[in-house]
Design a protein around this ligand. Sequence first.
Ligand SMILES: [Zn+2]
Length: 386
Amino acid sequence: MTERIYYNDSYLRRFTAHVLACAPGGATVYLDRTAFYPASGGQPFDLGSIAGVAVLEVVDEGDSVAHSLAAPLDPGPVECAIDWDRRFDHMQQHTGQHLLSAVFHDLLGLDTVSFHLGAESSTIDLEGGALDAAAAARAERRANQLISENRPVAVVYEDAAQAAGLRKPSDREGTLRIVSIDGLDRSACGGTHVRSTGEIGVILIRKLEKIRQSVRVEFLCGARAVARARADYEALNKIAQLVSASCDDAPVTVAAQLEAARAAEKSRRKLELDLAAYQGRELYQGTTPGPDGVRRVTRRAARGSLEELRALAQSFTAQPKAVFLAALNEPPSVLLASSADSGIDAGKTLKSALAEAGGRGGGSAGMAQGSVPDRPSLERVLEKLG
Ligand SMILES: [Zn+2]
C-alpha cells in the first residue's frame, strides 16, 4: 500500500521514499510513499524524476501507486522530484474547475456531470439547461470575482454518512476527502488543489459546445488563460492588420469586405455572361451556313470545364438554325446545343451517341452534356455527332 503524500500536502515538490519493488523485467516502481499524482478524476498524472530517472506515467492501482520509469531501479531509499510547473498548472485548472462548477450551479442552476483536464484547455460538461454566451460571461465574471476575494481552499476528512452540503452527492462509503472553498463549495475529491482561490490567477471561458443533453464549456486558468488570450490577440491582430482596422472594428470590416467580394463575384459572373452573348453572336455572324442553311461550330479544348463554354453555346444557338458542339479531352466530355429550328434534338442526339460509346449524360432538346470513359470513346462520339 502506497502512502499518498499529495492528499495532505499538494505543495510538496521533493521527498524521500523507499523503492519497495520494481516489476520484474520492467521499469514500474512501487514506493512506500509518494507525492506523484496518478491520473484520476479528470486530472492527469505528474511527471518528474525518481533517483534521477524520468517518470513517464503514474497509475492508480487501487491500494498502490505504480510509477512507470525510463529505467529500472533497485530497492532502497530514493530522492524524488515532482515537475512542479506541470503540477501547479494542474492544481490551478482543477481548483478553477471546482470554482466554476460551483458558480454554474449557484448562478444558473447547471450541474457539472464531468470534467476533463486537457493538454491545451480543460472542459466541464453541464446539464440542466441551455447556456448562451452572455450567461457564460456572467459566470466568468463571478468566478473571477471569487478569485480576487482569495477565499481559502481546504481539505477535510468526514464520514460519508455524516458529510452534508456536498455540491454533488458521493456514492463512496467510509471516509470522504472533502475539498472546500470557503463559503462556496464542498466537493468530495481526491485531486490536488491550490490553497486559496487567488492562486487560480484568472479564469477564461472560451468555446461552448452543445453535446447531446449537455453543454461542454472550455476554460483555462492562470498562465494558460493568459497564454491563450495572447494567442487569440495575435490571431485577431493579424486579421485586423489585413483589413487595416483596429481589433475591435475587425469583425464589421471583415463582414463588409466579404459582402463586397460576394457582390464583385456576382457582377463578374454577369459580365462573363454578357461577354459570352456578344461572342456567341459574333461567332454566328462569322459562320457560313451549310447546304441545309444550318450554321455549325465545333470547339475543342485540351482541358478545363464545359461550364465555361455553356454561355457561348447558349448565345450561339439563341440565333436561328444553329448547332454548337464542344469537346474537352480531359476529362473526356462533350456538349451539344441546338436552336429549336435546327432539326436536331440535342438531348436525344447526344444521348444515343453517348450510349454507343459507353458514356453517360443528357439534357434538354436545346442543350445537352455528357462524359465518356476515355479519349477513343470521345473520338467515336464526335465522329457520330459530326
Ligand atoms: Zn478536485
